[in-house]
Design a protein around this ligand. Structure first.
Ligand code: SIN
Length: 474
């Protein structure tokens, strides 16, 4: 039997890659049980696609580049928006039931930075969960995919400068080497490295750390998107998201005095690009707090936004009756492992897809609801490419190991997260980045999260001009 394609990460990008690689054998390695650690399942807004009458891939591409401060790779953006409708159709074939209106047409929501309603959604604000449910079921049915859970990949196997497998630890800490014809990292983002995130804590940059240890090039890693409206729950690390689609449905941000926060700040007000809103909310939180007034949605709230409703009610907040306290949280990494449009990294045999990868599609700031889309479009593309490759042969026994460092202990990780939130948050300065870098040098020697934070801080210091989500006061 030929060596499998190894895919690390069981979110939407990893699953799309695995499914599209058929009939080539795939080994899908997941850190958590049942893809529970994947951020994809928490995505609320939906999937952007130019489906509505009069909409076009060009208009979608224009909004994508506008949000990305034109730091985007235009060719890759056109691939994304040109394939968006096909991606939605493919998801429907995998069993995703997107929400439809009474006449049977797909319902389209609106979010920040889009010039029109363009977002398909499922289960109201449960799109990520619904998509994951369908893809996990499809992967279970697929005879070419073998899934293993509770596997923590902590290194890559290299042979002659080529990735040929992974080094992994099982739930009991037993190490093993797993050989494959190629390796795909689909490990998600880095929100878990910040004190407040909308991601699961597991989205901690592990894939980036693996690529770094193996010498693969990273790109644009200073660009981190902060979602302006996570539910403000003091003391919690991973915060429930309060979807931007609420603002698309008319909800308004208020400051501590109850005044509209976004009036006069941007022509699109509450639907301004995410970085603009996040900076306003960041400042308003320092000045006394920020609230999202979604009372206008009224009695339809539980049916239209069941995920947000459930999270609020669980914490004693009835969003039909009172404004929701919100705060910015690390949400999405535009940067990542440098790859081309086919997911190839600078290290032969190593590929990356989804949030851990950077092919330039998001530029300096991702447009709302382009992330699940990216996972599907580039995952399918990469899967088809790798599935068609001739068998590279078995390199077992001839490999060297590129291991990442061990993990920081819990107190050190907590202080690193705080450091990153303050220095690499929505508002940055040379002085605070420099101070954080100094503090980080000890942590960089003690664990891989510190080493990764160090290269991110260095990248942010090198970019002296503000651009998109990288906003410098100096
Ligand atoms: C949201 O629902 O507000 C987030 C959607 C996204 O990150 O694209």
């Amino acid at each position: 039997m030929s060596a499998p394609l190894i895919i690390v990460g069981g979110g939407i990008a990893g699953l799309s890659t695995a499914l599209a690689a058929a009939p080539a054998p795939v080994l899908l390695l997941n850190r958590a049980r049942n893809s529970a650690g994947a951020a994809s399942g928490m995505a609320q807004g939906g999937i952007a696609a130019p489906i509505g009458g009069g909409d076009t891939p060009q208009a979608h591409a224009r909004d994508t580049c506008e949000a990305g401060s034109h730091h985007n790779d235009r060719t890759v953006v056109e691939l994304l928006t040109g394939e968006a409708v096909a991606a939605v159709n493919w998801l429907q074939r995998q069993g995703v039931a997107f929400d439809r209106d009474a006449g049977g047409a797909l319902q389209l929501g609106r979010e920040g930075g889009h010039d029109r309603p363009r977002i398909v959604h499922a289960g109201g604000d449960a799109t990520g969960a619904k998509v994951m449910e369908a893809l996990v079921a499809a992967a279970r049915r697929a005879p070419h995919i073998r899934r293993r859970t509770d596997v923590d990949v902590d290194g890559l196997l290299l042979h002659g400068g080529r990735a040929c497998g992974v080094h992994a630890l099982d739930a009991d800490g037993n190490a093993e080497q797993i050989h494959g014809c190629a390796v795909v990292l689909a490990t998600g983002g880095i929100g878990g490295l910040f004190a407040r995130t909308s991601n699961p804590a597991d989205a901690d940059g592990n894939g980036l750390a693996l690529a770094l240890a193996a010498g693969a090039a990273l790109r644009d890693i200073e660009f981190v998107q902060f979602h302006p409206t996570a539910l403000a729950l003091p003391g919690l690390h991973s915060l429930p998201l309060v979807t931007e689609a609420l603002r698309g449905a008319g909800a308004r941000l208020l400051d501590a005095e109850g005044h509209p926060l976004m009036d006069g700040v941007h022509p699109l007000a509450d639907l301004a690009p995410r970085d603009v809103v996040a900076r306003q909310v960041w400042q308003a939180c320092r000045d006394g707090g920020t609230w999202l007034d979604a009372r206008g949605i009224g009695t339809a709230f539980p049916a239209r936004f069941p995920t947000v409703f459930g999270a609020c009610m669980q914490h004693g907040i009835d969003p039909r009756l009172q404004p929701i306290p919100v705060a910015p949280a690390a949400h999405f990494h535009m940067g990542g492992i440098a790859v081309d449009a086919d997911g190839r990294s600078s290290l032969p045999g190593l590929h990356a897809v989804g949030e851990v990868a950077c092919n330039g599609v998001h530029g300096a700031n991702r447009l709302a609801s382009n992330s699940l889309l990216e996972g599907v479009v580039f995952g399918r593309r990469l899967g088809a490419l790798l599935g068609a490759l001739p068998d590279a042969g078995d390199m077992q026994g001839k490999c060297t190991l590129a291991l990442r460092k061990s993990s920081l202990d819990v107190p050190r990780l907590a202080s690193l997260r705080e450091l990153m939130m303050q220095a690499m948050g929505p508002v940055r300065s040379g002085e605070s980045l420099q101070a954080a870098l100094q503090e980080c040098s000890a942590l960089a020697a003690q664990g891989w999260q510190g080493a990764l934070a160090q290269v991110m801080l260095e990248a942010a210091l090198r970019r002296t001009q503000s651009l998109g989500a990288h906003f410098r006061t100096d």
